[in-house]
Every structure is written in structure tokens, then in C-alpha cells.
Unconditional design. Structure first.
Length: 156
């Protein structure tokens, strides 16, 4: 047991020996600040549910590199966003504008919710109005006889 503890301690010490200070993200902190602000509004096209800044996918790295280059070229944030939308479509934006091509993105969830609620309402309404099957007197007597026989068999 003490050997295991000594091994674990040695591994911890060895791992911290290789630790270094994180490398700066960019030569210019102003460029990196703008990159972060722009990339937080853009969606990773691979991950789809992550912002470009949070993604570690290769495509995300390439897109961040493109944004850095455009910042260095002196383009405004809006020009960079417009370039990305022109190249990859409105899907690249986390908050796409409301227009005819993105209407499904904005209205779709509410339409599905309303359709689901209507389906549940119709199901419940039909279930309430559905009448149970009525048995004739002969069928009811036969069912009672079968249940009585089953109860007698179970008690034995």
C-alpha cells in the first residue's frame, strides 16, 4: 500500500515538473480581444452547439486564423461577420437575423410545441369521449363466472 502511495506521489511530482506557463494566444492582445468578441458570436460548423472560440476542432482553428488575418487587415467586426455569413451562410451566426431563409429557425420550435400540445389535447379529448365497451347480461355473467373460477383456483 505504501508503494502505491509513493508511486502516486512520484507521478504527481513528475507531472508538475513538466508544467509551464501558458503560451500567449496572439502577439497582440488587442487582436486577441477582438477575436474573442467576434468568435463568441460565431458557431463552430463542426460542433454546431459550441461557439467558435470554445471549439477545439481543426475547422474552428482555421476559422479563428481567418478572423485574426482579417482583423490584422483592418476590417471591422461587421465586415468580418458579413464575410463569414457570405462564405458559410446564416447558420454560422449564433443569433441569425430574422428573414425568409431563417424563419424556420425562429418559428420552428414554437410550431413544434404548439403541434405537440394540440396532439396531446386531441388525444385526451378523444379518450374522454370514448365509451367503454358495454357487455350484454350474458357476457357479464360469463365474465363473473370466469373470475370466480380463477379466484377459487388461486386460493387452492
Amino acid at each position: 500500500m505504501s508503494r502505491l502511495a509513493a508511486l502516486a506521489g512520484a507521478l504527481c511530482i513528475a507531472c508538475t515538473a513538466f508544467a509551464r506557463e501558458a503560451a500567449p494566444l496572439a502577439e497582440d492582445p488587442k487582436i486577441e480581444t477582438r477575436l474573442i468578441a467576434i468568435a463568441e458570436e460565431l458557431r463552430c460548423l463542426v460542433c454546431q452547439n459550441e461557439s467558435l472560440i470554445a471549439s477545439r476542432a481543426d475547422l474552428a482553428m482555421d476559422l479563428k486564423r481567418q478572423v485574426r488575418e482579417q482583423i490584422r487587415a483592418g476590417k471591422s467586426d461587421q465586415q468580418i461577420r458579413d464575410y463569414m455569413v457570405e462564405r458559410y451562410g446564416d447558420f454560422v451566426l449564433y443569433r441569425p437575423p430574422v428573414k425568409s431563409t431563417t424563419l424556420v429557425l425562429w418559428v420552428g420550435p414554437f410550431a413544434l410545441l404548439i403541434a405537440g400540445l394540440c396532439t396531446v389535447w386531441i388525444f385526451v379529448r378523444r379518450r374522454r369521449t370514448a365509451q367503454g365497451a358495454t357487455l350484454s347480461a350474458e357476457q357479464e355473467a360469463r365474465a363473473n363466472e370466469l373470475l370466480a373460477n380463477r379466484a377459487n383456483d388461486a386460493s387452492r
